[in-house]
Every structure is written in C-alpha cells, then in structure tokens.
Design a protein around this ligand. Sequence first.
Ligand SMILES: [Zn+2]
Length: 331
Amino acid sequence: MDCCGEEGAWKGDAKFEFKRVADGVHVAVAQPAYKVNCNTAIIEDDDGVMVVDTHSKPTAARVIVEHLRGMTTKPVRYVVNTHFHWDHWHGNEVYPAAYPGAEIVTNQITREAMVMKGFKRIGDHRRQMPADIATLEAGVAAARGDQRAKLERELALARAYLAEVNALKPALPTIAFEQTMKLYRRGREIHLLHLGRAHTAGDVFVYLPKEKVVITGDALIGWTPFMGDGYPEDWAGTLDRLAQLDFTHVIMGHGDVADRDWLKVFRGYVSDMVAAVREEAATGATLDEVKQRVTAKLAPVYEKPFSAYGDYRPWRAGLAANVERTFAMVS
Ligand SMILES: [Zn+2]
C-alpha cells in the first residue's frame, strides 16, 4: 500500500491529466478511480476563473484547487454543475471554502434534483459503503499475491471514501437559471444552456462561442452513457440542438477531449439503440430477448468505438442497462 498519511490514499486515487483546449481554457481529464471522477473544465477570465463540475469527493476537487493555485492568482468566481449526479458535485464545498464569494451555478431543474434525489443518494452511499468494505475485507482475507495487493488498495480507498462521504457538507448551487444564462466578460462570452432532456432532466451545457468549445457534462461522454436517470427517447433530439452550435472542441463529462465526429457516433448509438429496442419490443419479445437482439444488431457498428475505455466501462454491460431503461419506457 502506498499510503500512510491521512490523505495519502485519497489523493492517490484522484488523478487528472491537465490539457489546454483553447486560449485560457483547460480541462482536467479524470483518470480511472475507485469511485469514478468526472472531468473538470477550467475557464480563465480577466478577473477570475470558472470551473465546471467538481467530481465525486472533496479531495478530488482539492487536487484541482492546488493545480489552479499554481496556474493563476485569480480566484474561482463561478462553479458550474452540469447535472445532479454525485460524481459531478460532491466536491462543491471545496470552492467556497478556498475562494470566499465563489458562486455555484446550475439550472433550476438540476438544483431541485440535487435536493430531491442527490441528498438521498448521499445517504445511500453512507449506508452501502460498510457492506462494500466488508466484501473487500473478505476478499483480502481470501486472496493471495497480486490480487491481494489490489484488493488491499481498493479497501484502503473504500475506507477513505466512506470517511469522506460521512464528512460531506454538500454545497448546493447559489444561483439557478431557467433556460439560459450568459456571462459577458471582457475577453470572453460564456453561455450556460439547457437544450432539453438527455442524461438527466436538467442537463446544462457550457458554450464558448468565440473559442468554439462546448462542455457537455454526461449528455456526451467517451464511453457508453449511463441512462438510469436519463431520457433515451429525448436524448438524440437534445444532441441535435447541441450540433446546431458552432464548435470544434468538446469537453465531455468523462473521457478525453472530443470533436464533432464523436458527437455523430454517440448520437447514432443513442438513436439506433432506441429504434432497435422499440422495434424488438413491438414484436412482443421479452427483455432478455430484446437485450440479445439489440446487442447483436449494434455490436458491428458501435462496440469498437465505445470500447476505448472498455476495461473500465465495458460497452456490453452499459448497453444492457441502456436497453433495460429504454425497454421500460417504450413498452
Ligand atoms: Zn451523470
């Protein structure tokens, strides 16, 4: 185990690759972790910084703050949350603590979802983690060699995560908008947009028209989307409205920086999956049959492009969950 200090295991888990996307626009691309972290976009202005999304835990957000302190003396003025999922806002509390006066911004739907569902899920994590830890403890006791070392590391991370989630002081957005909010800074325009339902009911997109950069949250990611709180039938339409914007670079919720070609592939997957599920459901097939047939139908086109992070987030498992959600909605 490579940790001993209080924060050792936590810090070791939250790793980011920092990349420049445009002048003053950077992304921290999250590396695989025990508890998944989202990417953070960093937008620098003449008098301050905006960050988009704050990961699954405060220690991860602190890695970004440390990086920012090395990058600029300007304060973070705005923190944007793209949606209510835990891995995008549980680090919120770090920013107002580090930068007094920092405002946390999202739209009304997402703020309400944080209150209605987000808080409950924090409780779920607090309740579930002890069982996960017990399973890992049993695994460590039974394992040998490399496998044991791997499980020991996971166990340390799980214990650290439980301590963190127990200590969480969730910081809700302090500013909520309806459809659109635009910031006009001296050197930059920043548009916060709600384009319709996709990954959640309240997905927020951040658009920089001059720099031709868009930040999508999880409405567009580098692996198979999670649709558990999503709207598969609305998703492609929302992405079509996204496609109408003029941009060249996409900072996604997860995965590396992408371009318009990836948007096309991803949109194709969502709409082909929904169409295939509808078609199979209409024949009266069972869920298991629909899963099998839709997988067979889509694999030749989509398995490869959606397997760039295949070990971390396997396409077939993601697809099965997507089919299940869609089947429940169309049948
Ligand atoms: Zn999400």
